[in-house]
Design a protein around this ligand. Structure first.
Ligand SMILES: *Cc1c(COP(=O)(O)O)cnc(C)c1O
Length: 434
């Protein structure tokens, strides 16, 4: 399969190049030249298939031309070693729980899949030299990437995070695991971490010394596998006879997750329409209303993994629908919620149903409460386990959210990190010594 850039000024790439490079030369995002539709028989039988088997069929359509099918099957089954259930919350509102992976957040699937696909391509290269992944994080991405790449030989990961600025639960998810993961604690803010990573990619001497790559969320190998979730949602709803008039609602920040769902729709997945739920960062919502895309600096909110003022995957959605506002609004609607509304939703849902929403999922739930039409059945994504945001959830609901064993295990480990200044010369010296 060939991949083109959404900016239209870069050479066509194959999958190998798109995965290793991440971003095209013109800073556009890679898009597959065609999206294959899956045969009707697949949809006829989907309700009796497992999450893993469904995902393997979807993965074959995306990657089957470029990856040996046995290897692909191995990658898919290794990535999806957990479940992705649909749970009824209230009446016609269901949730797709995307938080049963190693770090209890939906980014686990993309991170693991990308790690294994990158490893597959590195092994094909003649030199077979170690690849070093640099990732700057304000919390969630670092834990998903670190755990996705954990133990994948041939790849070393450096996670740069701002000292004292990530929650203790998040910090222990990438500082206690060791092996091929090194946590670098930067005396600065998130932007300093990002600047160090960007400078490293541009530094000629460093790139001579070691092979560097990023595990950015715009990578095709990180965002496309998220489509697996939506085929599974459809299957599990169909199993219950609830898949007609099915509306999918995705709490969105960088719009990678919903973009993968829309790719699924292009492959024939019979979802009637989509809702993108935002927090107070309402750039996409405004675009739907006005047809104008006007990025802004992000605002801090309770649902902080969605605090994005210029969602990168907007470029993919825009391209997918031929830049047509009309086509986009006929399939996707939006919603936006303030922190007060998020708190209110979490309380109301808990009182009503006993279901504990996290602040991100709360935006999705409320968008269905407000937006479902008679006769429709809605499914919203719960993108993270509420225990990941324990301090906030406990405070808002006045409860003591139980910490799942997997999360507690991280917290028992010993923290190991390399202290670093925000001065690039220091970071460069450190990497040159490796
Ligand atoms: C990353 C993240 C989101 C937003 O997903 P996008 O693909 O960036 O739209 C929502 N919720 C949680 C918990 C996340 O970590």
């Amino acid at each position: 399969m060939q991949y083109y850039s959404t900016n239209g000024n870069a050479p066509i790439a194959d999958l190998h190049k798109a995965v290793v490079k991440g971003l095209a030369e013109d800073r556009g995002l890679y898009m597959p030249e065609k999206i294959k539709t899956l045969p009707q028989v697949f949809f006829d039988n989907i309700a009796s298939m497992s999450f893993q088997d469904i995902a393997y069929n979807v993965a074959s359509a995306f990657f089957g031309e470029d990856v040996d099918l046995d290897a692909l099957k191995d990658i898919v089954y290794d990535t999806l070693s957990f479940d992705c259930p649909v749970v009824q919350v209230k009446d016609n509102i269901y949730t797709l729980e995307l938080f049963h992976g190693p770090t209890l957040a939906f980014k686990d699937v993309g991170a693991r899949f990308m790690a294994r696909l990158l490893q597959y391509f590195i092994k094909q290269e003649a030199k077979n030299e170690q690849v070093n992944v640099l990732v700057a994080t304000s919390g969630d991405t670092g834990s998903a990437v670190a755990n996705g790449f954990l133990g994948v030989d041939g790849i070393h990961v450096y996670v740069l995070y701002p000292k004292g600025k990530v929650s203790p639960i998040q910090e222990c998810q990438f500082t206690t695991i060791g092996k091929n993961i090194t946590a670098i604690e930067v005396d600065g803010v998130f932007d300093d971490c990002q600047a160090l990573v960007k400078n490293a990619f541009m530094d000629a001497e460093l790139n001579q010394h070691m092979k560097l790559t990023s595990a950015n969320s715009i990578n095709v190998a990180r965002f496309l596998p998220q489509a697996f979730y939506y085929f599974n949602a459809y299957a599990r709803m169909k199993e219950q006879g609830k898949a007609d008039n099915f509306v999918m609602c995705v709490p969105s920040g960088n719009f990678g997750n919903i973009c993968a769902a829309l790719f699924g729709h292009e492959m024939g997945l019979p979802i009637k329409r989509f809702i993108a739920a935002n927090n107070a960062n309402d750039i996409f919502y405004k675009y739907l209303q006005t047809g104008k895309y006007e990025p802004k600096p992000s605002k801090q909110t309770l649902a902080n993994a969605m605090d994005v003022g210029d969602p990168s995957n907007f470029a993919r959605i825009y391209d997918l629908y031929g830049k047509s506002h009309e086509r986009i609004t006929s399939l996707i609607s939006g919603a936006t919620y303030t922190d007060d509304q998020i708190r209110e939703t979490m309380r109301a849902c808990y009182q009503d149903t006993k279901y504990i929403l996290d602040p991100h999922g709360a935006c999705g739930y409320q968008a269905l409460v407000d937006g479902l039409q008679p006769g429709e059945v809605g499914v919203f994504c719960e993108t993270a386990h509420p225990a990941k945001f324990k301090e906030k959830v406990d405070d808002i609901l006045g409860i003591d959210v139980a910490i799942p064993d997997r999360l507690a295990a991280f917290m028992k480990g010993e923290k190991q990190s390399v202290p670093m200044t925000k001065d690039f010369a220091d970071f460069k010296q450190y990497l040159l010594s490796k």
